[in-house]
Design a protein around this ligand. Sequence first.
Ligand code: HMG
Ligand code: MG
Length: 326
Amino acid sequence: HMPESVEIVEVGPRDGLQNEQTCLSPSERAQFIRKLTDTGLTHIEAGSFVNPKRVPQLANSNEVFSQLDKSHTHVVYSALVPNEKGLQAAIESGCKTIAIFTGASETFCKKNINASIKESFDRFTPVITEAKVQNISVRGYLSCIAGCPFEGEVSPHKVIDLTWQLLEAGCYQVSLGDTIGTASPKQIQSILIALTEPIRQGKIAVHFHDTYGQAITNIFAALQLGVQVIDSSVAGLGGCPFAAARLQSLASQNDNQNNVCQNNNSKKSSGQNKVSLSPGNVATEDVLYLLEGLGIHTGVNRDHVIDVGHWVCQKLQRPNQAKSVI
Ligand code: HMG
Ligand code: MG
């Protein structure tokens, strides 16, 4: 049954910004995070310690961390960490929660982190061990839980199995990512029904992208199965560049055939009959609207989140993707 309260994990400053054409400076990113903190959010993903050549938008995340007020002890500021080098940077930045990440599809994993799924576990085993020594909590992400931009549909059995492996490896929570936003509620149910016990313990989060407009419906399906943690991004910013690249190429093939056009981030957009294919995350504003309607408590002020969404869209000079803000 539905939870009484839900924790929102705000991923805008990480997942949101990593796919934007406009790069914000570390000071602007810290300002963004401070504004989000003032809305009542208690977990904000603040950056990532990956190869800056691959994700220049999030370069110098250490400077972002140095500008955050660590006296907000009730607020978790986490960062994405792919390997030991990233962990070292996170430790030096005073980051107390990291997120490791892998995928349920071999091809996506290779494109994203240049490792097979097995290699990704081999890589983060020493990361988790050292994090524990340093008193750092480890969250896990599993991408492509329903569909992969390269391999198509993904088996729920594989997703369930990898989720257990992540929990057994020492993640306090696993966030299940519908990276390309193609999941149906039926797919989500088939995964979550097998994870009832960790869901009850707050160990499963859902991380849905809204590419096909299914994110809110899928969140509703997850809530009905008791999920208590939802990842979302203010103004619906975001997407994984290594999935988006493939989506863009698929859409441009369509474009050649049908005059259908793609991603509104793409400069290649052409033609009159544009269909937007946006790989954005589900918008925090829309998740809050859903939860308010269901009487589920979050402790987050929706009006304040709406203001921050408009502020960041102005900075990024892009439209606000949240639907509940007019
Ligand atoms: P690699 O090429 O296998 O590693 O990359 P490498 O060890 O050969 O290193 C290559 C270069 O990266 C070297 O630099 C390293 O020093 C550097 P060079 O000699 O070329 O100058 N390097 C690093 N620099 C800074 N910090 C580090 C680091 N590690 C290596 N930690 C690696 C492996 C994972 C690092 C690389 O593939 C990478 O950075 N990938 C980017 C992954 C990424 O950020 N993806 C987006 C986030 S995932 C996502 O969005 C999905 C999610 O939202 C959930 C969902 O929606 O499904 C989480
Ligand atoms: Mg994501």
